[in-house]
Design a protein around this ligand. Structure first.
Ligand code: ADP
Length: 393
C-alpha cells in the first residue's frame, strides 16, 4: 500500500563483489540501492540523498563502519537513519557502539543469511515508509488546520463588518428620522398655528410683513428637507457608480466669492465672520454645481464646528493644482477621527448635539475624487481645522 513511497538504501563495503551480492539480495522495483566503497563515499551520498536505512560493513580500511556510524549519529540530517552493521566475526559484535544509545540498529553476520538480510531490510523499509506516510498525514492535517484557521478569521472579520453595517444602519435610521422630524415639526407647528388664526378669523396674523416671515421660515425648513434627500440620493448614486460629473470651464475664485455672498445670512446666524483671500482667477474645467456643493459643505462645517471664531477661505493655484482652503479655529478633529469623518455616516460622537447625517464629507470626498483630486485635512483638537480641496488644473 505504501510502496509508492520510494525507499533509498545505502550499502557500504570496501569489496565491490560484496556490494554486488548484497545489492542483488535487497534490490526491488520500489527501492533504489546506492553503493559506496568507502566511508568517504558513503558520507557524500548521505549528503545528497535521504536514505531509508544504511548497511555498513564494520571492517573497512580507513574509517571503519562503527566510526562512520558515529559520524552519522552526530549529524542532524543522518542521525535517524537506521543502521545495520555487517561483521565477519563474533568478536566485533561485543564492541559496544558508543554513539548509538538511541535509534534503530541491528547486526548481520558473515556469511550472510539470505533470509535474515531480506527480512531485516523489509522491516526497516516498512518502518521508513510508515514514518514518511505519517509525516505526510501530519503535514496535511496541519495545512488543513491552517486553512480552517484562515477561514475562521475571514468569517470573524465578515461578521464584524456585518455587525458594523447593521449598527451603522440603525444609527443612520435614527439620525435620519431625527433630521427629518426637525424641519417637519417646524412646518406642522406653523400650519397648526395658522389654522388656529384662520379659525378665529384673526387676519392680523397674516399681515404682509408676517406672511413674508412665514414664507421665509417655510422655505428654510423645506430647503433643509430637500438637502437631506439630495444627500441620500448622492450616496446612493456614489454606491451605484452613477455620480455624474458635467464639466465646463469656470473661475473657481468667482464661484467661491458668489457662494460666500449667498452664505452671508448663515454666516451672520452662526455669529462668525469669513475672510476671503484670492489674488487672481483660478480657471479650470470641473463640474461647477458639484464643486460649489463641496465648498458649501466645508463652509457649513466650519460654521457648525468653528466655535463662532473667524473663518478664512483661500482660493489659489500651486504646482498644477487648484486649491481651496477653508480654515476655522473651532473644536478641531483628532488624528484618529480625521480618517473616519470621510466615511459615510461617520460623525464624531461628541458633536452629536450638532445636527448632521455624517454624509457631507463622504459625498464631498467622492465628488473631488471623481475630478481626480482629493480633500486633505490638517487639524488639532481644540485649535481648529484646515480642510483643503485639491483639484487638478
Ligand atoms: P455632518 O457635519 O453632517 O455630521 P460631515 O460628513 O460633513 O457630516 O462631517 C462629519 C464629521 O466630521 C462631523 O460630524 C464632525 O464631527 C466632523 N467635522 C467636519 N468638519 C469639521 C470641522 N471643520 N471641525 C471639526 N469637526 C468637523
Amino acid at each position: 500500500m505504501l510502496s509508492h513511497i520510494q525507499a533509498k538504501l545505502l550499502i557500504v563495503d570496501d569489496l565491490p563483489e560484496n556490494l554486488l551480492a548484497l545489492e542483488a539480495l535487497i534490490k526491488r522495483e520500489d527501492r533504489a540501492v546506492f553503493k559506496a566503497l568507502s566511508a568517504d563515499e558513503a558520507l557524500s551520498l548521505l549528503l545528497q540523498h535521504e536514505f531509508a536505512m544504511a548497511i555498513l560493513d564494520v571492517q573497512m580500511p580507513g574509517m571503519n563502519g562503527f566510526e562512520l556510524a558515529e559520524l552519522m549519529r552526530s549529524t542532524e540530517r543522518t542521525k535517524n537513519i537506521p543502521i545495520v552493521f555487517v561483521s565477519a566475526a563474533g568478536r566485533e559484535l561485543n564492541y559496544a557502539f558508543k554513539g548509538y544509545e538511541s535509534g534503530a540498529v541491528d547486526f548481520l553476520h558473515k556469511p550472510l543469511d539470505i533470509h535474515a538480510v531480506k527480512s531485516k531490510v523489509n522491516v526497516f523499509v516498512d518502518l521508513y515508509r510508515q514514518r514518511k506516510a505519517m509525516k505526510a498525514q501530519v503535514e496535511a492535517l496541519e495545512q488543513s488546520r491552517q486553512e480552517q484557521e484562515a477561514l475562521l478569521n475571514q468569517l470573524q472579520s465578515t461578521q464584524n463588518e456585518l455587525e458594523r453595517a447593521v449598527r451603522m444602519r440603525d444609527d443612520f435610521m435614527s439620525i435620519v428620522s431625527h433630521e427629518v422630524r426637525t424641519p417637519l415639526n417646524g412646518l406642522i407647528l406653523e400650519t397648526q398655528l395658522r389654522k388656529l388664526h384662520l379659525a378665529k378669523d384673526n387676519m392680523a396674523a397674516f399681515t404682509l410683513e408676517k406672511l413674508r416671515a412665514m414664507v421665509d421660515r417655510d422655505e428654510r425648513q423645506i430647503q433643509s428637507l430637500i438637502r437631506l434627500i439630495e444627500d441620500m440620493l448622492d450616496v446612493s448614486r456614489i454606491r451605484t457608480g452613477k455620480l455624474s460629473i458635467r464639466t465646463n470651464p469656470f473661475d473657481l475664485v468667482e464661484l467661491v466669492s458668489k457662494l460666500l455672498e449667498n452664505f452671508s445670512a448663515q454666516i451672520a446666524a452662526a455669529g462668525s465672520t469669513v475672510s476671503f483671500f484670492a489674488d487672481e482667477p483660478v480657471i479650470g474645467v470641473w463640474d461647477e454645481f458639484r464643486i460649489e456643493q463641496v465648498v458649501a459643505n466645508l463652509l457649513t462645517n466650519a460654521l457648525r464646528y468653528g466655535a463662532r471664531k473667524p473663518i478664512e477661505v483661500r482660493v489659489y493655484s500651486e504646482g498644477g493644482q487648484a486649491l481651496v482652503d477653508v480654515q476655522d479655529q473651532g473644536i478641531g478633529v483628532s488624528l484618529e477621527n480625521q480618517k473616519r469623518i470621510f466615511q459615510q455616516f461617520e460623525r464624531v460622537t461628541a458633536n452629536h448635539a450638532v445636527h448632521g447625517l455624517g454624509l457631507g464629507l463622504f459625498i464631498s470626498d467622492q465628488i473631488v475624487a471623481a475630478h481626480g483630486g482629493k480633500i486633505m485635512v490638517e487639524s488639532e483638537e481644540g485649535k481648529g481645522s484646515l480642510f483643503r480641496i485639491c483639484l487638478p488644473l
